[in-house]
Write a protein that binds this ligand. Structure first.
Ligand SMILES: CC(C)(COP(=O)(O)OP(=O)(O)OC[C@H]1O[C@@H](n2cnc3c(N)ncnc32)[C@H](O)[C@@H]1OP(=O)(O)O)[C@@H](O)C(=O)NCCC(=O)NCCS
Length: 319
């Protein structure tokens, strides 16, 4: 077996669509409705949208036939991410040998890209995927990955959020983030999370958090300028919330309030004031992820009607 790293636009889309299709035939992810052509279209969209940054490809040394693949995201500050989390393996290949070879190669890629951590985000969205987890998890454990955090994916509908009442305390000013640079926001983002209960974030070093905060605040075309806001007291930023367009839904966060201002309804007011500034459809989904141990944030979202849909397990390996 040989392993190569390809940029997404370099991959043989037909061969990879066939590999993905074949790998699912006898796996818990088998789905009669998925065709090779459907998978090919999904791969082409992924390439066009620049969602993944590199693919690790395992090939048979003699025939050149594809044995497996693993996708990597490498633009998340210092943290590399394998996404989606399942290595895709040819049904006739030695599943564990190919998977572990791909995973070991992903560790090397992280090191050559000067990353300080590699994460796997296992999104447990269905029973089939839960069944896949029991096959895949031992491969990651064998390669030294450790479960570091659990998150909930929560969502609600725009119309439900926009109906809720809130008030902004007297003396607190609201400003759109469009006039504020990320450099001016960095201190408060770092301080709010360092003093919070988000286990995933608390597992990061200072520079990993800084890189992640930069990725969260990135002003690309998903960032909604009007609805991403700060609260100020006496001219100083004391809270913030970001809203993004993600496909046909709205992603909330990061959100944060300085410790001395917490528990006064500012988190609720930030999220609902941001919502008021959105131009959304009534049934549009508004979603976020939150650490299962982050009780203040979980309570804030639950009381606003967000519902827990599924868990995300975060495994990490550090060089
Ligand atoms: C999460 C956070 C933004 C909440 O801000 P806040 O201004 O304290 O929240 P609010 O005062 O508006 O509280 C909102 C609701 O959550 C509840 N809540 C807040 N903190 C709570 C706690 N520690 N325990 C239980 N309930 C809590 C409040 O009672 C309130 O409910 P109500 O509207 O029914 O009265 C703040 O704790 C924070 O900045 N944390 C660190 C950063 C972070 O973790 N961000 C979220 C990442 S996903």
């Amino acid at each position: 077996m040989i392993l190569i790293i390809q940029e997404m636009h370099e991959i043989d889309v037909d061969a990879h669509a066939r590999l993905i299709y074949n790998s699912r035939q006898n796996s818990p992810l088998h789905n009669d409705e998925r065709t090779v052509d459907g998978i090919k279209t999904a791969l082409e969209q992924m390439i066009e949208q620049g969602e993944a940054h590199a693919m690790i490809v395992a090939q048979d040394e003699d025939s050149g036939e594809l044995l497996g693949q693993l996708l990597m995201w490498l633009e998340w500050g210092e943290i590399g991410v394998v996404r989606p989390w399942q290595p895709i393996i040819h049904p006739e290949a030695d599943q564990e040998a190919v998977a572990v070879a791909l995973i070991e190669h992903s560790k090397k890629l992280v090191e050559t890209n000067a990353k300080t951590k590699l994460e796997i985000w296992m999104e447990l969205t269905s029973e089939q995927i839960e069944a896949m987890k029991s096959i895949v998890e031992p491969w990651y454990q064998k390669s030294g990955f450790v479960l570091t955090a659990k998150e909930y994916f929560m969502d609600t509908q725009y119309s439900k959020l926009s109906d809720l009442k809130y008030s902004i305390p007297k003396g607190i000013e609201v400003e759109s983030m469009s006039d504020i640079s990320n450099a001016d926001l960095m201190d408060i983002v770092m301080e709010s999370f360092r003093s919070g209960s988000d286990k995933w974030v608390l597992s990061m070093t200072e520079s990993q958090l800084e890189g992640s905060a930069n990725a969260w605040m990135k002003r690309d075309d998903t960032f909604i300028n009007d609805a991403s806001i700060v609260f100020k007291d006496d001219g100083n930023i004391i809270g913030y919330n970001v809203m993004r367009n993600e496909d046909d839904s709205i992603e909330v966060g990061p959100i944060g309030v300085l410790p001395s201002y917490r528990g006064r309804g500012l988190g609720r007011a930030l999220l609902l004031e941001s919502t008021r500034r959105l131009a959304s459809k009534p049934d549009q989904s508004v979603w976020l992820t939150v650490s299962t141990e982050n009780i203040p944030a979980f309570e804030l979202y639950s009381r606003l009607g967000f519902k827990n849909q599924y868990q995300i397990l975060i495994y990490a390996w550090t060089p």
